[in-house]
Write a new protein. Structure first.
Length: 270
């Protein structure tokens, strides 16, 4: 069996104690992806508990959280298979309207010789009757784009922005494929905006403190006052500014709370 490999987030159906059916993401009942899946479920009325004794699985797709493949502006729960709860055996039912596409290759060799489609992750090869084996086959173009995104992960973006390499970073991003560039540019802008916001908030918090300690007689008095009256984090920022105010930017970068960037190597990916 040859199935389309979808580039989204794993959604798993489950029955709540009150009898209603709901969706979780991988390892979480209340992640952003799980919440979005349940919103889609509520809108569509999809019957995700219709296969008695099975846990149905889906790919959660929505435009605000693209990975590499562009599925357009619509949010979807796409059926990808079911697991029998008592045995762990996988099977694919054909009674969902929106499900992973089936391909009628005669052999693995024929699949490999078929030209790879653009804007597609690849295939899932399944042998449910013989071996209960599932194998992912990812296309070359998809892997290239995925690696390009991983090479510009939020962590790497922060490293570049905090070390004064913003111009070089943006120059490199310009050379990326458009599908990847859109994601990375959004992440750069979100991270820079988060830094700017955190920096403004910190200055608003510590500037009055700095103005007050400037009236104290010596460093010992300043240290005693700050340590007694403020949290460890605030004291650290104040002492950093007293040492060298230019170090405050480095202080913020090291403690930056990441905004809701588009995930690059998300553990919920299906």
């Amino acid at each position: 069996m040859f199935l389309e490999k979808l580039d989204g987030y794993l959604g798993v159906s489950y029955q709540r104690p009150d009898g209603r059916w709901s969706m979780s993401s991988r390892g979480s009942f209340d992640s952003e992806m799980a919440q979005r899946a349940n919103q889609i479920l509520a809108k569509t009325g999809l019957d995700v508990g219709k296969h008695d004794g099975y846990t149905d699985m889906f790919e959660i797709l929505y435009p605000e959280r693209p990975l590499v493949v562009d599925y357009g502006p619509h949010e979807r729960l796409v059926y990808t298979g079911s697991v029998e709860r008592t045995t762990g055996k996988w099977r694919f039912f054909d009674d969902y309207e929106d499900s992973a596409e089936l391909y009628k290759f005669d052999s693995v060799q024929q699949m490999l010789e078929t030209p790879q489609s653009s804007n597609m992750e690849g295939y899932v090869l399944a042998w449910p009757k013989e071996h209960q084996t599932l194998v992912k086959v990812k296309f070359d173009e998809y892997l290239t784009l995925s690696r390009a995104i991983q090479g510009n992960s939020p962590k790497r973006i922060i490293q570049a922005l905090s070390s004064g390499q913003a111009d070089q970073l943006r120059e490199n991003v310009e050379r990326l494929p458009s599908a990847v560039r859109r994601i990375v540019e959004a992440n750069i802008n979100d991270i820079q905006a988060q830094f700017d916001s955190d920096y403004r908030d910190l200055r608003a918090h510590i500037d009055p403190i700095l103005a007050h300690v400037a009236t104290l007689p010596d460093r010992a008095a300043i240290g005693a006052y700050v340590s007694k009256n403020y949290s460890k984090n605030t004291a650290g920022a104040v002492f950093t500014a007293l040492k060298d105010e230019t170090l405050l930017e480095e202080y913020i970068w090291k403690r930056l709370t990441l905004p809701e960037t588009v995930p690059v190597d998300e553990e919920d990916e299906g």
